[in-house]
Write a protein that binds this ligand. Structure first.
Ligand code: FAD
Length: 466
């Protein structure tokens, strides 16, 4: 069922905004409500596309006046589709895709609806970059507000560790710039507390030297998963911080650089990124070790501009697939967990389904657990299990595999998960365990900035009781 907005009210909103407003019955309605995860099928009352802060304030005021629940869309990549609600109003930031790099100051200001590729592209021309995810189409907004990790994390930390300011429209329509000195409590909460505190219209980051990186992909037959994981759990944490490598269970993609003979085969593997000068041969030297656990079925290395690495998976997992995912943090991979991975790796339910262990050690460990809401600064990996398939008929199959895998593995985790890897709008205990000792402070900041829980379409942190 679709809730509709009275035509006069809709006209009022349309008049107030420079961006388009799409409602049920409009030809653009279905494309506008489609999300990265096609398993999510929600019918909002309207989607208001905001081109600037004035549009954001007008949309927010409209939602307050009409009592329509508001959801905010950055890149639309969240697994549980948090940016759309049935019968609610979606404030869509996707027209706000812009980046201004100041190479002298070493900073970048980024529009709240930008995608990672926008930032990577704009910064790379100066040989600069920000640690963020592993796909160019992920929204800067949701990723940063949840914490953000990627290929540069061992060297330069989480995305939030490079955030130096945010422009925010608050629940009452006030516009503020939050940084270490101004609205410092809000600035603290934005660095991991999700979309709970306001609409971030721009993020400002400190940039780091990046340029061309050394990239490698190593895969081993899936029946060698136990040996490879036992090797990887020792090798990676001891490796220098300019080497990053996320572990994966996968089916080999049917295309280059993989030889045809192994296309479609179930494998375990590591995707490596080395920020040392590719001409130095450091990556090749460090990765002589990949022969140690078992002979790889394929090992490939290449220098790559950082933005090119960030697009490596874009074509493989485009928008419109069915996704079901769950995550957890890990500070080790005990033998019992190795056995779980080996079993579920053998039983990957579809060609795109996967499990990744993303390193969150190195520079990310040098920030204290209370310095930002990211409580698990002692975690070595942020893990995600993702059932993925194009065919909706397989939705239950991938969901079941993911839930069974997660249930078997969870006892070997640290208890909480990366907030952006919670697969559903999860129960409050799960959100609380993710923030650990920082939860009460987040709830107190929420009470200050959003006492009525206006921003609730997220992994919600209700305001602390007065
Ligand atoms: P949306 O669905 O638009 O938003 C998610 C949440 O953030 C919503 O609650 C929304 O209201 C809020 N939000 C978004 N933008 C704003 C804003 N400007 N102001 C206020 N609230 C906002 N994460 C990593 O850290 N590293 C990875 O390598 C990584 N890889 C991924 C790969 C894939 C294929 C996918 C699908 C996700 C990946 N993620 C990764 C997870 C990603 O960080 C989350 O899905 C994140 O929520 C995406 O942000 P978004 O803006 O695209 O999502």
């Amino acid at each position: 069922m679709t809730t509709t907005i009275d035509g006069t009210a809709l006209d009022t909103l349309r008049t107030a905004l420079r961006g388009p407003v799409v409602a049920p019955g409009d030809p653009d309605y279905d494309p506008s409500r489609s999300l990265y995860n096609a398993m999510i099928d929600r019918r909002p009352a309207a989607i208001a596309s905001c081109v600037d802060v004035a549009d954001v304030r007008a949309t927010l005021g409209f939602a307050q006046e009409t009592g329509l629940g508001l959801a905010v869309r950055g890149g639309g990549h969240s697994g549980p589709g948090l940016c759309l609600t049935d019968g609610g109003l979606t404030l869509d930031l996707s027209p706000m895709r812009w980046v201004r790099v100041d190479p002298e100051a070493g900073t970048a200001q980024v529009g709240g609806g930008s995608q990672l590729g926008d930032l990577d592209h704009a910064a790379d021309t100066f040989g600069l970059g920000v640690p963020a995810g592993i796909m160019s189409t992920t929204g800067v907004g949701g990723l940063t507000l949840g914490g953000g990790h990627g290929y540069l994390t061992r060297r330069y930390g989480l995305t939030i560790d490079s955030l130096i300011a945010a422009d925010v429209v608050l629940a009452d329509g006030t516009f503020v710039t939050a940084n270490e000195n101004h609205h410092a409590d809000l600035f603290w909460a934005l660095r991991g507390g999700g979309g709970n505190f306001g609409v971030v219209t721009s993020f400002t980051y400190r940039l780091h030297t990046v340029g061309t990186v050394g990239v490698a992909v190593t895969v081993w037959p899936v029946d060698r998963t136990a040996e490879v994981l036992r090797w990887y759990r020792e090798f990676l944490p001891a490796a220098p911080e300019d080497l990053y490598g996320f572990f994966a269970l996968l089916s080999v993609p049917p295309g280059p650089p993989f030889p045809e003979a192994i296309h479609g085969q179930k494998m375990c593997g590591v995707v490596w990124c080395c920020t040392a000068d590719p001409a130095s041969g450091r990556l090749e030297e460090l990765l002589k070790a990949v022969e140690e656990p078992a002979p790889p079925a394929f090992h490939f290395t290449s220098p790559m501009p950082y933005p090119a690495l960030q697009t490596m998976f874009d074509g493989l997992i485009p928008k419109g697939l069915q996704w079901y995912w769950r995550g957890d943090f890990f500070d080790g991979i005990p033998d019992a967990a190795v056995d779980v991975h080996a079993e579920f790796g053998r039983n990957l339910p579809t060609g795109l389904s996967t499990m990744h262990l993303y390193p969150v050690d190195g520079a990310a460990h040098r920030v204290g657990p209370a310095a930002t809401p990211w409580a698990y600064r002692d975690a070595t990996w942020s893990g995600v299990i993702a059932g993925i398939d194009p065919d909706p008929a397989n939705a239950e199959r991938i969901r079941r595999w993911c839930v069974d895998y997660w249930t078997a593995l969870h006892p070997h985790s640290m208890g909480g998960a990366y907030i952006n890897f919670l697969g559903e709008a999860e129960d409050p205990d799960r959100v609380r365990s993710t923030y650990g000792g920082n939860y009460d402070r987040l709830a107190a900041v929420k009470r200050t900035y959003d006492p009525d829980n206006f921003f609730h379409a997220n992994q919600n942190i209700p305001p602390a009781a007065a």
